[in-house]
Design a protein around this ligand. Structure first.
Ligand SMILES: [Zn+2]
Length: 144
């Protein structure tokens, strides 16, 4: 038993960065922490549907071209939370691309956790979580 638990952790350590899910309720009390970056990969919807305060915008359509900019931009963060409208396709795809990019580059970043916001921005809004509608780029995160 002890041995199998040990080998489980040993295996886990060797694995590439994994991606986990976080719910809007779990994220709400954390999302303004300075170690967390929320990465919105929606495309033009961000402009008219609002956004999570303080989230960074890296549209999925140009994500690959801006990935090194993103890595640079979050160098003081240890947790990245990706989302799109529903977090079904674009959010998980961009999160996976970042994992692959970091694995390839073997760049020294502080990124420890890569997560996906379950049900995306639409789920966040439907659950009554606060939505920022500022037009600032980037969002300063000081709206409610
Ligand atoms: Zn804003």
């Amino acid at each position: 038993m002890v041995r199998s638990i040990f080998s489980f952790f040993a295996k886990k350590k060797k694995m590439a960065r994994s991606i986990s899910y976080i719910t809007s309720t779990q994220l709400l009390p954390l999302h303004r922490r300075p170690n967390i970056a929320i990465i919105d990969v929606r495309d033009e919807e961000r402009n008219y549907d609002g956004h999570i305060a303080g989230s960074l915008h890296y549209a999925s359509g140009s994500f690959d071209d801006r990935i090194s900019h993103l890595v640079q931009n979050v160098k003081d963060k240890d947790t990245l939370v990706f989302h799109c409208a529903l977090s079904q396709v674009r959010g998980p795809t961009c999160a996976r691309r970042l994992v692959n990019y970091l694995d390839e580059k073997k760049q020294d970043t502080g990124i420890k956790n890569i997560m996906i916001l379950e049900r995306g921005f639409n789920g966040w809004e439907a659950a009554g979580k606060p939505v920022c509608r500022c037009a600032d780029v980037p969002c300063k995160g000081d709206c409610a």
